[in-house]
Design a protein around this ligand. Structure first.
Ligand SMILES: [Zn+2]
Length: 434
């Protein structure tokens, strides 16, 4: 554990700290950011109205569009001369969302990421390979600063060039790998194909995030790479990686509650839901100086787990994210998350962990086709075996999701591999709209 004094702080003390920091943050946002001041005034709210943590629920939400509408620096709470770093989303759909960090924010970020790395007992003896992208994306530099703060040896290799990743992993003795879960699987696949013996690697743990993944995918990665695979969570609007991380109990991700206050809400009504209930994650930062955010709607679907964890950390956990409110496919009125299909495929086990969901509309009826790769051997096998597998997958998805889908088994390597976030859905209905 990187910071036991904070990570095991008694909850009452933690809540006191949160309240004090929340008051400071709300006042800062009100005084420094016209956007918040106007919104608070419009809802009849003044910073002095925060008397308890429950009062947070009276504040208005902040949406991704608010960041876009105040592009680029409109939501910064510090003058640019105090901002030492800027990150931004890729902005594939319009203007990117931009976030800024003061020197103090960068230190906070390194601290919370050091806790993430500490959850797999990383020490200065470890060699950490950061295969997240470096640049405007927060993944690479986020992990980098945390690993350096902790004193580990960092390999800032960034994403891509998988053969080189494997070579350095062998030659530099990498012990901890940081990347997306889909890229970890790709690395595992290439390792197997290259016939590299597992004993030539010192790899013992992986910190995987930046996209939703399932429990079955964890098993698959752990088995193939022979490591502990840990789910980590973060988003640039809040700070980047470091917002939350699983411990080795692998039963949910501890949120750094001394820096971020989580809420789960009903995405339709905005009502706060109690621990255990599934809904949309909302975060309020309570120590950020350059870019504080109040009640940010992440669009990630999760739930809070408030039972004590055997690891001794007292910070509340969030369940692994099962999807995003905007990833959710609505097929003939049924809500479907790609991770649910992934889970079914991996539980059946006769397919490769590479799949694509193709959504279309025929005669005003939504159709869902699941393309999934099978092994070379199975593909060459007689047709009967393939048909049987198709039927099994079809039946299993129908029983889990309650909808009938078409299953298409495809040859190995048909589905495009990803060195970053995997693309799991091809929604042809989007074309019909335009
Ligand atoms: Zn724990």
């Amino acid at each position: 554990m990187w910071n036991p004094a904070v990570e095991t702080m008694p909850r009452e003390q933690l809540r006191e700290l949160q309240l004090q920091r929340l008051k400071e943050t709300v006042r800062r946002a009100y005084e420094k950011v016209p956007f918040y001041r106007e919104k608070f005034k419009a809802s009849g709210f003044e910073p002095g109205d925060i008397k308890s943590l429950d009062d947070l629920a009276h504040l208005p939400f902040t949406f991704k569009d608010d960041l876009r509408n105040n592009y680029p620096f409109g939501l910064f709470a510090a003058p640019l001369k105090e901002i030492v770093r800027i990150h931004a989303s890729s902005g594939t759909t319009g203007k990117p969302t931009v976030v800024g960090y003061t020197r103090e924010d960068i230190a906070t970020w390194a601290e919370v990421v050091a806790r993430t790395l500490g959850s797999v007992n990383t020490t200065p003896d470890d060699v950490v390979q950061v295969a997240y992208g470096y640049g405007l994306f927060t993944g690479g530099l986020g992990l980098h600063y945390g690993a350096e703060k902790l004193g580990a040896t960092v390999i800032p290799i960034s994403g891509g060039n998988t053969k080189r990743q494997i070579m350095l992993m062998q030659d530099f003795g990498t012990t901890v790998l940081c990347c997306t879960p889909s890229y970890a699987l790709y690395i595992a696949e290439l390792l197997r194909e290259s016939g590299i013996p597992r004993e030539s690697l010192r790899l013992r743990a992986g910190l995987f995030g930046a996209e939703p993944w399932s429990e079955n995918m964890r098993r698959e990665i752990e088995e193939k790479l022979k490591i502990d695979a840990i789910d980590i969570y973060g988003l640039s609007e809040i700070i980047g990686p470091g917002v939350a991380s699983e411990c080795l109990c692998k039963n949910g991700l501890h949120i750094c509650e001394d820096h971020f206050i989580p809420e789960i809400i009903d995405p339709a009504t905005g009502k706060v839901l109690p621990p255990g209930e599934q809904g949309e994650l909302v975060f309020t930062t309570i120590t950020k100086q350059g870019f504080p955010v109040i009640r940010y709607r992440t669009r990630d679907i999760s739930r809070l787990i408030d039972e004590p964890c055997p690891c001794g950390r007292t910070h509340i956990r969030m369940a692994r994210v099962t999807g995003r409110t905007d990833d959710m496919l609505i097929i003939r009125g049924v809500n479907v998350f790609p991770t649910q299909i992934e889970s079914v495929l991996l539980s059946i086990g006769q397919t490769e962990p590479h799949y694509l969901l193709v959504v279309d509309r025929e005669k005003s009826l939504d159709t869902l086709e699941v393309w999934v790769e099978v092994s070379e051997a199975l593909f060459r096998d007689e047709v009967k075996g393939l048909e049987e597998l198709e039927r099994r997958i079809h039946d299993e998805i129908e029983s889990v999701l309650g909808i009938s889908v078409k299953v298409k088994l495809v040859e190995p390597k048909t589905i495009q591999r990803s060195e970053g976030k995997a693309k799991r859905v091809w929604d042809k209905r989007d074309l019909l709209k335009s």
